[in-house]
Design a protein. Structure first.
Length: 61
């Protein structure tokens, strides 16, 4: 599970594709580094990417 903490709410994701779609819509991520995360199909990789970008995120394996 991935929890993205926003200013007024938390978004919880069990589904990788849903988390990716949300991040693209909410944060506008794109580019080679983002494509590598998308292609990894890994919640852990997504977590580290978001954390490095300064997004408040919690990963519960």
């Amino acid at each position: 599970m991935l929890i993205i903490q926003l200013e007024n709410e938390d978004k919880e994701f069990d589904n990788f594709k849903s988390a990716i779609d949300f991040c693209e819509d909410e944060f506008g991520f794109e580019g080679q580094a983002w494509d590598e995360v998308v292609n990894s199909l890994s919640m852990s990789e997504l977590f580290y990417f978001l954390e490095d970008d300064g997004v408040w995120v919690i990963h519960k394996p």
